[in-house]
Design a protein around this ligand. Sequence first.
Ligand code: COA
Ligand code: ZN
Length: 303
Amino acid sequence: MERVIVNDVGPRDGLQNDPATVSPADRAGLIRDLVAAGVPAVEAVSFVSPKAVPKMAGAAEVIAALDLDAADFSALIPNRKGYELAREAGVRSVAVVLSATDTMNRKNINMDLDTTVRVCSEILEQASRDGVNGRAYVSVALGCPYEGDVPEDRIRDLTRTMFDAGATEVIVADTIGAGNPAQVKSLFSRLVPDFGADRLSAHFHDTRALALANAWQALECGIRKFDASIGGLGGCPFAPGAAGNLATEDLVSLLHQAGFDTGIDLDALLAVVDRVRELVGHPVGGRALAWLHNHRAAAAAAG
Ligand code: COA
Ligand code: ZN
């Protein structure tokens, strides 16, 4: 069976925007549960200003509570200070965040696009020298809440610049869930021949109920690595209109039904969804949750 890598970004993309404040100890517990369910990669934290994103405070504590050999743990970083803090915490994999429009960069990290490109490039070059795995998000790739449509050429050029600076992977992110499968097909069919499917990853939000359809289309284009968020948690505080991420359990359910291997135990993953609901104190779960629960109950009854 062909392997697809699922990177759970719930502890970062999800919890950064949740009404609940989850303590670093509980965030680490959630991450350990995801890994115990077989999730091979987790975006565990972001090293960002606690004034900008209070929910992500305590990132170093979260990292200190993890066995860094247990999975591929990464940290989102917006600037050099974030890189330094991640390094001090012992993080082995970082993701810089480059939005494809000027306005989104200003709103998100208070830098214009050109400055962000330069800062991200410098951090990626530094990471290569330090032996740190440096990844890059190209965000709002399928639509910006402030500037609307984003030309494909710009996504391709930004992707190339990030690879040239030493990125090991570029995560093409539909930050607000604005994209549709036709757009995904058009964009990835251009990126894959240029950069190789094995160096690209896709990140979708389910704002318009198209995240699964978009993921399937990206799969058809050869992509074998996806971000998703346990329970469909998520949204970006600086991107109005962004709803939750593609739910990890929906993605894993799709992949298993379609004959792909993820290494993830779906029953164990559903138990993690229950735990997330307790942690945040409100209902969570992707579109397939009711069916998944019924299916699990039926399987258990059948012994
Ligand atoms: N981690 C923690 N603190 C940081 C930091 C980081 N990566 N970068 C800057 N700071 C601190 C500075 O030390 C300074 O602290 P002080 O007020 O106590 O002196 C303060 O933040 C302001 O620093 P400055 O460099 O002027 O930052 P800014 O106000 O221009 O904000 C960011 C820029 C990038 C720090 C802020 O916009 C941010 O953290 N954004 C993250 C957005 C995010 O996570 N979005 C969701 C994911 S895409
Ligand atoms: Zn996101």
